[in-house]
Design a protein around this ligand. Sequence first.
Ligand SMILES: [Zn+2]
Length: 59
Amino acid sequence: MKDDLEQAILAVHVRGYDGMCTGCRAWWSRLSPYPCWQVEWATSRQARTITARFLEGVR
Ligand SMILES: [Zn+2]
């Protein structure tokens, strides 16, 4: 359940046809090259969650 925010961010912040983030443009009227900082944030959090789950499974 705590991955929901990350999933939502990744669903909204997708790469546009011009290489810019569509989520940032649609939601914040901001032109950010993809991946924007929110995608970076979400993916880094997700990577940590996946790693934690993997380690838990090993133990
Ligand atoms: Zn974005």
